[in-house]
Ligand binder design. Structure first.
Ligand SMILES: Nc1ncnc2c1ncn2[C@@H]1O[C@H](COP(=O)(O)OP(=O)(O)OP(=O)(O)O)[C@@H](O)[C@H]1O
Length: 318
């Protein structure tokens, strides 16, 4: 769709800032503090962050639903201010909320959307898109008769009618059952293989892990990580061994000072590297230090821990 060079990123955000104006009820809120983010073409990119981090704000700016305060945003090289029409045509957005006109059939909904984007009748692919999303047999049903999962697939279908090179999925599988989730993942992967750049926001680390090749973490309106999935996951190779001694621990036994360990609530929490440290070896060291073990478990840091680590510089085990 774009005649821009192949190396033009799919998305470029430069010093992108958004401050929502104060209202009678709320103070002004800066949702994005001048973020820089480049999303390469052809990637499946995860934009992760806790509630209120600023993900929807960033997406809504790209979609033209929210006006930025300052900075630059480009989609396939097209500036959203100077080349609005081309920028809009380059992106498809699957929204979080299922708000659809329930009086149309899926086929009609796609045709209307195609009309909205000015796709000529001869170039419409409504049947093909319905088939790809497993909705052919619901072609002429009313949208209100579709299940939640089918409505979600129809939202994806609607975002695809103008064949955008960039597709943004905002929490695509929130509240979706495992089977449908896997189906949606498979379809996202298929689109990716056909060359579509996919951007995904999700709360589910598992989803990002399964699909994304790069991940950015946004926290309180700032990008706190932006790297390949593998590099981010390697940070998570840390595990915690939580040992409850028979007698509550009040100070660290000197024999354990060489370990990456803390005392937490009377428990001994040892952080270790999955794969390279032996749990048996650690347990032997604990026994040799004279502790007897009443109970133990292993914990695995989750995205929350990574946020904490990245944002506050605190240790995973604290
Ligand atoms: N229209 C608005 N007016 C004022 N503040 C807003 C508005 N929309 C969002 N905010 C605030 O901006 C911040 C970022 O919100 P945003 O919706 O972008 O976060 P998010 O990362 O998408 O969160 P979630 O995962 O919950 O969707 C939040 O503090 C939110 O309360």
């Amino acid at each position: 769709m774009s005649d821009n060079p192949q190396d033009t990123p799919a998305i470029e955000l430069i010093a992108l800032k958004k401050t929502y104006a104060a209202t009678k009820k709320a103070e002004a809120k800066t949702a994005l503090h001048g973020i820089d983010l480049t999303i390469p073409r052809g990637s499946i990119f995860g934009l992760l962050g806790p509630n209120g981090a600023g993900k929807s704000t960033a997406i809504n700016i790209l979609a033209g639903l929210v006006n930025k305060t300052s900075g630059t945003a480009r989609i396939m090289g097209y500036d959203i201010d100077a080349q609005t029409r081309q920028a809009r045509a380059s992106i498809g957005i699957v929204p979080q909320e299922i708000a659809m006109d329930v009086f149309f059939t899926p086929f009609q909904a796609l045709e209307l959307q195609a009309g909205y984007y000015g796709v000529p009748k001869s170039e419409r692919r409504s049947e093909e898109i319905l088939a790809a999303l497993g909705l052919s047999d619901k072609r002429d049903a009313y949208v209100r008769q579709l299940s939640g999962g089918m409505k979600r697939r129809l939202l994806i279908a609607k975002a695809l009618v103008h064949n955008p090179p960039v597709l943004i999925l905002d929490e695509p599988t929130a509240g979706v059952d495992i089977e449908l989730r896997r189906q949606l993942w498979a379809y996202v992967q298929e689109l990716h293989e056909r060359g579509t750049t996919i951007i995904l926001t999700t709360h589910y680390l598992e989803e990002a892990e399964a699909l994304c090749d790069r991940i950015a973490i946004i926290h309180e309106g700032r990008i706190v990580a932006n790297e390949s999935k593998d590099s981010l996951l390697s940070r998570m190779d840390k595990r915690m061994l939580v040992i409850t001694p028979t007698e509550t621990l009040t100070s660290m036994p000197p024999a354990l000072s060489g370990l990456d360990a803390q005392i937490d609530d009377g428990n001994l929490v040892i952080t270790y590297q999955k794969g390279s440290d032996s749990v048996t070896g650690l347990l032997n060291q604990v026994k040799d230090a004279g502790l007897s073990i009443a109970d133990l478990r292993t914990d695995q840091p989750d995205l929350e821990d990574i946020f904490l680590q990245l944002t506050y510089g605190s240790d995973v085990a604290t």
